[in-house]
Design a protein around this ligand. Structure first.
Ligand code: DHB
Length: 392
């Protein structure tokens, strides 16, 4: 039986960045990821990094390609009722901005660093069971092919997502969960065509929400609100472009540049929070502890904030023997989590058309958007939330 100080379940952005930060602080750790490297590196996720996420990636040594290839964005455009309004981030927030750089690229950068530099990262290694969660030595029982192994830890961190095993291994009464499902989903596509606009466009329309984003100067990332359970096969390319044009149109505006679609998938939309984000020596971080609907792209940024707080607390514990910061971990993270939950919920419910929606609700949505355009205070609040607060 082996032992490590910090066992990390899950090699997505939360687990990989936590390992990076702990390694730099001299804390021994190890990461287990059930999927193979190729799968993890191909997973499509959102692509917006807050200012503080970029700062953390740079400080951890993972900012090189991001600085070369990431696209700095100083604003977004909101469209509704046939009009558009640009929100200028740096002007409204004292200089904060966001970066367009896909989560999958962040993951590739962190994997490359970790394989080159350590700590140990094991792909294709499934956690079959977690035991000892009520003791000082939680353990993971690992399976890789025909091999089995048990590793004990001083601390175990679940970075294994919403469906992960770590949260499920905690006693039922230990956690309270809060959840909401939305009556819509997103169809997300990648297109081999230069983005038709320089910044992101979030569009409210009677036909439903649409989002124009991008991955690079030559690749567009586009989203359409669709009913939950939609089969992407029911959306041939022409239908997707026609629907995007119909939803983002402003009077006299140009139609979108079209190009071949190279990926199509449907994303569920839910809100979910677990409290507390810790039980004994087991900690939860990122999607294992909380989910936001994608509008506003807070998921990755919240995961980064969690692991920054946790890495500091674990390093403090090793350096001083004090568990004070570990004891504060859940409350510290949950303050930011609930702020982001509210922002994501509010952006989602302002921009989407619920199939059952009454005209009164539609007018409330446009009143909210009108207010952002008319009031510097409302607009500055939106900009502050979108670009995100400093961590910790
Ligand atoms: C993207 C995703 C989002 O959810 C969002 O709000 C903005 C951009 C993206 O994938 O590019």
């Amino acid at each position: 039986m082996r032992h490590t100080s910090v066992g990390i379940v899950g090699g997505g952005p939360a687990g990989l960045l936590l390992a990076r930060l702990l390694h730099r602080a001299g804390v021994d750790c190890e990461v287990w990821e059930s999927r193979e490297r190729g799968y993890v590196e191909a997973r499509q996720r959102a692509g917006i990094l807050e200012q503080s996420t970029v700062d953390v990636l740079r400080e951890s040594g993972a900012g090189r390609r991001l600085d070369r290839e990431g696209l700095v964005h100083d604003g977004v455009e909101l469209r509704w009722s046939g009009r558009g309004h640009r929100v200028d981030f740096p002007a409204l927030t004292g200089g904060r901005r966001v970066w367009v750089y896909a989560q999958t690229e962040v993951v590739k950068d962190l994997i490359a660093l970790q394989l080159q530099d350590g700590p140990p990262l094991h792909f294709g290694t499934r956690v079959r069971a977690v035991s000892g969660v009520e003791t000082d030595r939680p353990a993971v029982h690992l399976v890789r092919g025909a091999q089995e192994e048990t590793v004990t830890c001083d601390y175990l961190v679940g970075c294994d997502g919403f469906h992960g095993v770590t949260r499920q291994a905690l006693p039922p009464g230990a956690l309270t969960t809060y959840a909401r499902e939305y009556p819509y989903a997103w169809l997300g596509v990648l297109a081999d065509v230069a983005p038709s606009q320089e910044e992101l466009v979030y569009a409210h329309s009677p036909r439903g929400f649409a989002l124009l984003s991008m991955r690079s100067p030559t690749v567009s990332r586009l989203y359409l609100q669709v009913p939950p359970g939609t089969d992407p096969a029911d959306w041939p390319d022409g239908r997707i472009w026609d629907e995007l044009d119909a939803r983002v149109a402003v009077d006299g505006g140009r139609l979108l540049e079209r190009g071949p679609l190279t990926a199509k998938s449907v994303l569920p939309m839910r809100s979910f929070v677990t409290e507390p984000m810790r039980h004994g020596r087991v900690f939860l971080a990122g999607d294992a502890a909380h989910i936001v609907p994608p509008t506003g792209a807070k998921g990755l940024n919240l995961a980064v904030a969690d692991v920054v707080v946790l890495a500091r607390a674990l390093a403090h514990r090793q350096q001083t023997g004090s568990a004070e910061l570990l004891d504060a971990y859940s409350d510290t993270c949950l303050r930011r989590v609930w702020r982001a939950e509210h922002f994501s919920y509010s952006m989602t419910s302002t921009l989407h058309a619920d199939p059952e929606q009454d005209p009164f609700t539609t007018r409330l949505q446009t009143a909210r958007l009108d207010r952002i355009a008319a009031s510097p205070h409302a607009e500055a609040e939106f900009a502050a939330q979108y670009t995100g607060a400093p961590i910790g």
